[in-house]
Design a protein around this ligand. Structure first.
Ligand SMILES: [Zn+2]
Length: 257
């Protein structure tokens, strides 16, 4: 079977402005990048490999960057870079396979070919309200009082800590990696800082803290792709970054149409 050759439709230039406001230049993915990402066995190794790939492909104001610099980027910036590298290297069109999650459908769990096309609007991640700031202070209501909490926004560093936690990641783990510190104003006008013991805090407070922090981070699911099952029309939401064929089309195998 001879596959039809389709030229890549590339509509982006090397420069991209990230959700934090930072501007970076990208170069196309290479065979070396593919090799690097392909042979990683654990999620942690894969995360490190992604940092190396991004570091090879990104420069800032004419200067090259290190994997540690990439790892310290805010999560939304990292996602934006990966989408940009994809579009720059392989174009806007993405052919992939997905499965219907509806147990009553005749295509339940059966693969079907799907298609998505990215443009500047569809991959737009909303900007960080605090720009490149990594630690922010938020006010959280707790049983009628307002508590001030200093907390980290997610970067590749915290993401990797979550991966390493290697367990069902619950609310406390997700918050612990953000190293929350309570800022207590004393009567003498000085302020005291105290690490939060999350296990002793009420679930209600933890939940408010999570939602308050997430108001200061873009919602990455905005750039997920929506597909409808051709049989039952169920909507399926797909994170392209979780599908190897997003960066490397050959890894998806053949799709029969
Ligand atoms: Zn279906």
């Amino acid at each position: 079977m001879v596959e039809e050759h389709q030229p890549y439709r590339v509509t982006v230039g090397p420069e991209v402005q990230l959700p934090s406001g930072l501007i970076v230049m990208c170069t196309e993915l290479t065979g070396e990048d593919q090799e690097d990402l392909t042979y990683q066995r654990t999620m942690d190794q894969y995360a490190r490999s992604l940092n190396r790939v991004m570091a090879r492909r990104v420069s800032v104001a004419g200067k090259t960057v290190e994997p540690s610099w990439v790892e310290n980027l805010l999560s939304g910036d990292r996602v934006a870079i990966l989408y940009h590298l994809r579009r720059l290297s392989l174009g806007d069109d993405w052919r992939f396979e997905c499965k219907c999650p509806n147990a009553n459908c005749s295509r339940y769990k059966k693969k079907f070919p799907a298609f998505a096309s990215f443009d500047d609007e569809s991959v737009k991640i909303s900007p960080y309200p605090h720009g490149e700031l990594r630690r922010i202070e938020v006010s959280v209501f707790d049983k009628g009082i307002v508590r001030k909490i200093e907390i980290s926004l997610l970067t590749g560093v915290e993401e990797r800590q979550v991966v390493k936690a290697n367990q069902n990641v619950g609310l406390t783990t997700m918050l612990q990696v953000r190293r929350p510190v309570e800022v207590i104003e004393r009567e003498d006008g000085e302020s005291e800082r105290k690490g939060l013991d999350l296990k002793r805090e009420s679930l209600g407070f933890l939940q408010s803290l999570v939602s308050t922090v997430s108001e200061n981070e873009p919602d990455i699911t905005d750039v997920y792709v929506s597909v409808n099952c051709p049989e039952c029309d169920t909507e399926i939401l797909i994170d392209p970054l979780g599908d190897p064929s997003f960066l490397f089309p050959a890894s998806s195998g053949r799709t029969s149409t």
